[in-house]
Design a protein around this ligand. Structure first.
Ligand code: MG
Length: 283
């Protein structure tokens, strides 16, 4: 009987299996139950070791997202109290004089009052601006609206912090004083309402901490990157990295007009707003 016929014969199924195994496969390795257990343990240990190697390998061999920084961060001594200027800040107003400021109309001396460690808007004398120009920056500024409340809405304690002369973070007495939401204290004027109203009472000192990134323009003067701003009002986040849509006009839609570094400007809106402890860190 030929081998194939023998393999296919119905009566010899057991023999067929044995013969087939002999013909087509290497002889089976016969191991005792003890040996099986040993092999299983060995395989498990090997698998564990391999997985351990792969975990270790992952933590040391994973590509890093960025090359490591080459420059050590500069040492900056923070101010003693919260709101005090750190060692690398440029103090724009320390309560003594307006030497860092000028009038925006006519470019002459700033005519606001300086007394008691603060400057105060002299209504009708116009806005004032820093003599120096800035772009990206961290700014700290403290302000107080009059303790004697006069007027309503936009007419009560109005002034403004204009970043790069153009982008206004609104200053207003917004303590129990209703107005349009993107015009209240801490709004990016006519664009964004503050996230919350963190206003103190009229006459009390308040603070803005502002982180600002100026807009970028291409050679044709078209904006390629809008300005961005984050604002904390009395330590409370009120603008979270919002994109400014352009100049914060009061009477028309925001738009960008290409510009370079520009002064910080404070607004004379006809109300005697006080400012103190103004410092900036160009970024
Ligand atoms: Mg204003």
């Amino acid at each position: 009987m030929a081998l194939v016929e023998l393999l296919l014969h119905p009566r010899t199924s057991v023999a067929v299996t044995r013969v087939a195994a002999l013909v087509h496969k290497p002889p089976p390795v016969i191991v005792s139950g003890l040996m099986n257990t040993k092999i299983l343990i060995s395989i498990s240990v090997l698998a564990l070791a391999l997985s351990a190697v792969s975990v270790v390998g992952k933590s040391t061999q994973e590509p890093k997202p960025f090359p490591p920084p080459k420059h050590e961060p500069a040492v900056v001594t923070p101010g003693k109290a919260a709101g005090d200027p750190p060692s690398d800040a440029l103090v724009l107003f320390d309560g003594k004089d307006l030497s860092k400021w000028r009038a925006t109309s006519g470019k002459g001396e700033a005519k606001w009052k300086v007394q008691g460690g603060y400057m105060e808007v002299a209504p009708g004398t116009g806005d004032i601006a820093t003599r120096q120009e800035f772009s990206d920056c961290q700014l700290h500024i403290e302000w107080a609206t009059p303790s004697e409340v006069k007027g309503e809405g936009q007419e009560r304690g109005n002034s403004g912090v204009f970043l790069m002369e153009r982008y206004e973070v609104q200053v207003l007495d917004s303590f129990e004083n209703k107005t349009y939401f993107h015009g209240q204290a801490g709004s990016i004027y006519n664009q964004y309402a503050p996230l919350v109203n963190a206003s103190r009472k009229p006459g009390e000192w308040q603070s803005y901490d502002i982180i600002f990134k100026g807009p970028r323009f291409d050679e044709q003067g078209k904006v390629t990157e809008r300005a961005r701003v984050t604002v904390l009002h009395n330590g409370v986040l009120i603008q979270n990295n919002v994109e400014i849509y352009g100049n914060t006009w009061h009477d028309r839609a925001a738009n960008y007009i290409a510009h370079g570094p520009a002064p910080l400007r404070l607004q004379d809106h006809g109300n005697p707003i006080r400012y103190r402890n103004v410092w900036i860190r160009p970024l």
